[in-house]
Every structure is written in C-alpha cells, then in structure tokens.
Design a protein around this ligand. Structure first.
Ligand SMILES: *[C@@H]1O[C@H](CO)[C@@H](O)[C@H](O)[C@H]1NC(C)=O
Ligand SMILES: *[C@@H]1O[C@H](CO)[C@@H](O)[C@H](O)[C@H]1NC(C)=O
Ligand SMILES: *[C@@H]1O[C@H](CO)[C@@H](O)[C@H](O)[C@H]1NC(C)=O
Ligand SMILES: *[C@@H]1O[C@H](CO)[C@@H](O)[C@H](O)[C@H]1NC(C)=O
Length: 366
C-alpha cells in the first residue's frame, strides 16, 4: 500500500516535471527569425542585386560552409544569421530577394512564416552606402520590404493569427558598421557632423525603423551594437597595425546613443522586449583574452594579401590561412565563423556585460 503510494507520488512528480519541462521547451521556441542588417548577417540577398560588386560569390568565401562553396556569406563558413537559427533549431531564414520571383508567381504559394532575411552586404542605417557598384539594400528599404511581407501574410492568414505569430518571433538587427566606414570616407560628412552628432543621428534613424517594425507586429528584438571597428584589419592599416582610434570612438558613441534610445523605448512600449548585444565589449574580450577563446591571431585577415592580409581583398588569388579556427578575422572587415560563433553563444546565454537587459534565452520565454 505504502509502496504503491510512493510509486504513485513519484509517478505524478515525474509527470508534472515532464509537463513542466515540455511546456518550457515549447515556450522557448520562436516560430521564426526575421533578420535585418549588413554583411555580418546577409545570407545571399546581394547575389540578386544586378550592380553590386559586394557579393560573396568567389573562392575562398564559403570554404568551410557545409557545401564548401561560396554561399553569399561574407565569411569562411556560417555567419551569425545561420548560427542564430541553428541555436533556435530553425533553418536559416532565406534571403528575401530569393523569394521574390515566387511572390509574383500566382501559381506558387510561398509563405514567409518561417522567417525572412532582408540583410544586405554594404547596407547602412543611412542610404548613403547604396551607390553604383556599391549597391545594397539600405535599412529603410529592408523595412519597406518587410512591410510588404506583412501585408501579404495578413492576406494569407489574417491579422490576428499573424499578430500572434510575429509576437513570438525574433527580430534580429545587425547594422551600423557601414555608416562608420562612410563617415571616415567622406570629408564632407566629417565637416558637417561631429562624431557625436553623427552617432546620435544614426541611432535616431535606426529607432524610426525599429518603430516601423514594431508597428507591424515585431515585439522581440535582438539588436547588436557596433564592435571595435577601428580594430578590423582594414582600419589597422591606418595606424601601423594598431587600432584606428577615431573609428572606435565613433562606434562607442553610437553604442551609447543606441542603448539610451532602447531604454527609453522600452519605457514607452511595455509589450516590446529586447536584448542588446554589446559587440564592442565582446570584441574586446576576444582580443584581450584571445587564448582563452582559442584564438592566436586577432590582427590579420585570414584571407587576403599584403600587410595584415588586408591590403588586397580576399580574392581567388589571395592567400588563405590554414587554420580558420584561430583567426578572429576572415577578411579585412569580417569575422570568421569561429568568432561569430562565440558572439552568438554570448547573445543566447551570455552575462549582462555582453547582452542586456536580458539574453536571448530569456527573451524567448517572455
Ligand atoms: C532613402 O531611400 C528611400 C528609398 O528606399 C527613400 O524613400 C528615402 O527618402 C531615402 N532617405 C533619405 C534620407 O534620403
Ligand atoms: C496558400 O496558402 C494559404 C495560407 O497557408 C492557404 O490558405 C491557401 O489555401 C493556399 N493556396 C493555394 C492555392 O495553395
Ligand atoms: C594608434 O594606436 C595607438 C595605440 O593604440 C593609439 O594611442 C593612437 O591613438 C592611434 N592613432 C590613431 C590615429 O588611431
Ligand atoms: C578577460 O577575461 C577576464 C576573466 O573572464 C575578464 O574579467 C576581463 O574583463 C576580460 N577582458 C576583457 C577586455 O573583456
């Protein structure tokens, strides 16, 4: 009798534990990821831009990708967009432009419910980087495309089902680096704006686009600040292989402005949640604690030619490092998959010095 009770109690305990965990697991799932940004998260949109020369279509890009071929990612293997999807147990959200031909084909019924990636190599918060052979999809246009997707989905599944779906989905935004490059490329911009003014206006324009996403159903955001851009191999060439301070200062100013805008926004919109990734802090940690993260080279591009492998871009003729695991940088501008993987791990369950006010795992269960 007693034994039976104990067995029964254990069984109930087991059952409630099981129900609890499976509910928890269910709650942790996001149905989809919608991605906005630049080459750090582009998974092939630029391959569809007719004028752009910023395409990851030549060897040695993709050398460590599952297909071992150039895959529209500006790195050796998977990029942050792939790795975020991997963490969520979802397939990588497809590039928006790869879906367009299907959208306009009445015989094809395509769904955007599994997530879409709008990111474009070279894209900025400002339109300025979208010029001639540097063609890209600037942030405003990415959000315009999203609005079209939102409209289409509303027709397909109705406003209230869509609202529910989107409120559980994750919206990733990784952008701003090209605006920093744009500032230092333009004497005119530097004359007209102090770094502080420029950083403030980057953050406030970004806020306008975030608000448009929110108005169209986005409620959970993963937003990345800027890394120490002055320490990328291309900029190290400006300062005898040391970091270019002015670019780091501008990145830091932008990160400050962005964080204060996000805090204010959260006070206004109680049903909005975000995780802010301090790319700068994570970046500094990688560089200063490189060996504990498994890196032995934090300065050189893996693929390229000349000083720091950064004087000539990563082209088929360029040399390539044999160990992509121990390099932080793949080319003169972009991290290796190994570095991106550490960043994405920190986004999901990192401490608040890297991801705040909550990490992505916490964002998922809200
Ligand atoms: C940026 O480009 C969009 C078109 O994608 C245009 O509607 C908008 O006015 C431009 N913004 C600025 C500030 O020039
Ligand atoms: C297209 O997809 C919608 C939503 O999933 C569905 O309701 C509709 O029946 C589909 N139409 C066709 C022609 O398959
Ligand atoms: C070059 O690097 C040194 C050492 O980090 C730094 O103090 C200096 O400000 C840098 N100069 C420029 C122009 O970035
Ligand atoms: C390096 O790691 C130590 C121990 O985890 C940490 O206290 C320190 O802040 C790290 N350095 C940087 C620059 O993040």
């Amino acid at each position: 009798m007693d034994n039976n009770r104990i067995v029964m109690a254990n069984f109930l305990l087991f059952l409630s534990f099981f129900i609890f965990t499976s509910e928890l697991l269910e709650a942790q799932k996001a149905p989809a990821v919608y991605v906005f940004g630049d080459s750090l998260v582009d998974v092939g949109n630029n391959n569809y831009l007719s004028f752009s020369i910023e395409k990851a279509i030549l060897p040695h890009y993709g050398i460590d990708f599952p297909t071992k071929k150039p895959a529209g990612r500006f790195t050796n293997g998977k990029n942050a967009a792939d790795l975020i999807a991997e963490k969520l147990g979802l397939p990588t959200s497809p590039p928006y432009l790869s879906l367009l031909s299907k959208v306009h084909n009445p015989n094809k019924n395509i769904s955007f419910l599994g997530g879409v990636n709008f990111a474009s190599g070279g894209a900025g918060i400002f339109n300025a980087s979208d010029k001639g052979f540097m063609q890209s999809i600037p942030l405003q246009k990415q959000v315009d495309y999203y609005s079209q997707v939102h409209e289409k989905l509303t027709q397909q599944i109705g406003a209230s089902t869509l609202e529910k779906h989107l409120s559980k989905s994750i919206f990733i935004v990784v952008i701003g680096g090209n605006d920093v490059f744009g500032y230092f490329d333009s004497e005119d911009l530097q004359k007209k704006n102090t770094p502080q003014q420029y950083a403030d206006s980057m953050a406030s324009i970004l806020k306008v686009q975030l608000q448009r996403l929110y108005n169209n159903g986005a409620k959970k955001f993963g937003i990345a600040g800027l890394g120490a851009i002055g320490c990328c191999p291309a900029y190290r060439l400006k300062n005898k292989t040391e970091c270019f301070s002015a670019a780091n200062d501008l990145s830091a100013k932008y990160n400050e402005a962005l964080q204060s805008i996000l805090k204010q926004w959260k006070l206004e919109k109680k049903d909005m949640s975000y995780s802010y990734f301090d790319t700068y802090a994570a970046n500094q940690d990688l560089v200063h604690n490189s060996t504990s993260h498994g890196f032995s080279n934090v300065k050189d591009a893996c693929c390229g030619l000349g000083e720091l492998n950064a004087q000539i871009p990563c082209l088929p003729i360029s040399s390539i490092c044999s160990n992509r695991q121990d390099h932080v940088f793949w080319d003169a501008f972009h991290p290796t998959e190994a570095a991106a993987r550490i960043f994405v791990d920190e986004m999901f369950n990192g401490p608040s010095k890297f991801i705040s006010p909550i990490n992505i795992e916490q964002l998922l269960v809200i």
